[in-house]
Design a protein around this ligand. Structure first.
Ligand code: CAO
Length: 416
């Protein structure tokens, strides 16, 4: 079966997580992604957080599947010549170097456009062009702090807190992938490429949209009724950290289940959906609350919401998180067990759907990765192992017309 992005050639000049997550996604969907790496070392994640000495780390293998690897020193003249040839016959160049690195290498947007007017150059930077922090190098948690996530995450009495989810890295990569596909679609009609830029700060903020909503509501009315600070605590003039509050129109919280004293993840997330009040009362054996004016409306429940959560925890005391969800799902209550990574890794449904995929790697044997979260009716996304450093160097050079003698000389000079 042919893949929708087959025929699209991508120069993958990315490293660490934000850029590689983007190009990996495009490779899954059929693009020919050639990862360009520095000879000898390659992407720094090959050797970071290694669990097997001398073998590519999971950090690398889980972000670079379905790609080819070309080693190339793009600071040497011969390396620049090879990159130039590649640019002339490719559709997209993706990079996430520190600010100005590509320009310093001699590959400015203007120069690339001249060489290949159809080329799409896609970049991740920490901050957007023209931002007063545009010169900063940025990693995940820096972006979470700059994008408003950290100040609004955590508990009221604790410090700003970063999320385990890669809001700055992989999330930015996903935004970039959407930008690239949009530019490819535009090129279909105009024939012209363009520069696509995504900043990590902007991508985090895009996911914190509801917090900017809350800032404006707070400015106007002075309180936010869905936060745990309401109605008994106090508000300052900035959106506070909301702990585990539902955050939208439905109150919710993380509730203890059987075994929480020894198992730090024996919890469920429980949501009190307004129209599900009667089923909730039935599920937890509090039918008298259904028509009680002190409980029957969301407004009436607001000032005692934590007492209500306390009553639900009483009900949960003799049920594991899985047993509790199995009961609550019958009452159509939005809830989930708090799952550990170990439980997720072994989840039969996630294995069956391909969301957790077991992949073969030439040196490490099999490893688990997160497969495509996007499912298609007409395409099965197959994940192949990440390439070894320079595995496809000769093959790519041959494709560019280099003879075996020329290739040998390039190896000799450490250009590739
Ligand atoms: N051949 C020759 N030189 C190469 C090369 C190659 N194949 N690949 C990279 N280089 C060079 C670059 O040209 C650059 O050289 P100069 O600084 O001398 O011009 C140098 O390697 C370092 O690049 P860098 O600035 O990207 O690397 P760093 O380790 O100092 O910074 C990071 C890493 C991530 C902080 C920075 O790249 C960055 O801010 N990127 C943008 C934001 C981003 O994507 N962050 C996400 C990180 S986690 O996903």
């Amino acid at each position: 079966m042919s893949k929708p992005l087959e025929g699209i050639k991508i120069i993958d000049f990315t490293h660490v997580q934000a850029g590689p997550a983007c190009t990996q996604l495009l490779a899954w969907f059929g693009a020919d992604v050639i990862k360009v790496e520095r000879p000898g070392a390659g992407d720094v994640t090959r050797s970071q957080l290694r669990d097997i000495p001398g073998v590519d780390a999971l950090y690398f293998t889980m972000l670079n599947s379905n790609k080819r690897s070309l080693t190339l020193d793009t600071k040497k003249p011969e390396g620049k010549e090879i990159l130039t040839k590649l640019i002339k016959e490719s559709d997209v160049l993706v990079e996430n170097f520190g600010p100005g690195a590509l320009d310093r290498m001699g590959f400015t947007w203007e120069h690339i456009k001249e060489m290949n007017p159809g080329m799409i150059v896609a970049s991740v930077k920490g901050f957007s062009d023209g931002h007063h922090y545009e010169d900063l190098k940025v990693y995940e948690n820096v972006a979470q702090c700059a994008g408003g996530a950290a100040s609004t995450t955590g508990f009221d009495d604790g410090p700003p807190t970063v999320s385990a989810a890669a809001l700055g890295d992989s999330n930015t990569g996903m935004h970039l992938a959407i930008g690239i596909l949009t530019a490819l679609r535009a090129r279909d009609t105009t024939g012209k490429g363009q520069k696509v830029a995504v900043s990590m700060q902007d991508s985090v903020l895009n996911l914190c949209r509801v917090k900017l909503r809350d800032q404006q509501r707070l400015d106007r009315v002075g309180y936010l009724e869905e936060y745990p600070q309401y109605p008994h605590g106090s508000f300052s003039d900035v959106v506070p950290r909301g702990g585990n509050a539902g955050g939208g129109g439905q109150p919710g919280w993380v509730l203890k289940c059987k075994g929480w004293e020894t198992d730090p993840n024996a919890y469920i997330y429980f949501t009190i959906q307004g129209h599900a009040w009667a089923p909730i009362c039935k599920a937890i054996g509090k039918e008298e609350w259904i028509d009680d004016p002190a409980y029957m409306t969301a407004g009436a429940r607001q000032d005692k919401i934590f007492a209500i959560f306390g009553t639900i925890e009483e009900w949960l005391k003799d049920k594991t998180k899985f047993e509790a969800v199995d009961i609550l799902r019958k009452f159509d209550i939005p809830c989930s067990p708090v799952l550990t990574m170990k439980e997720i890794a072994n989840d039969p449904s996630l294995r069956a759907s391909g969301t957790i995929a077991e992949v073969q790697h030439k040196e490490r044997g099999t490893y688990l990765t997160v497969g495509s979260p996007i499912k298609f009716s007409d395409m099965k996304v197959e994940i192949t192992g990440s390439p070894l450093l320079g595995e496809h160097t000769d093959e790519v050079l041959e494709g560019l017309g280099y003879s075996s003698q020329q290739i040998a000389a390039l190896h000799e000079q450490n250009v590739v």
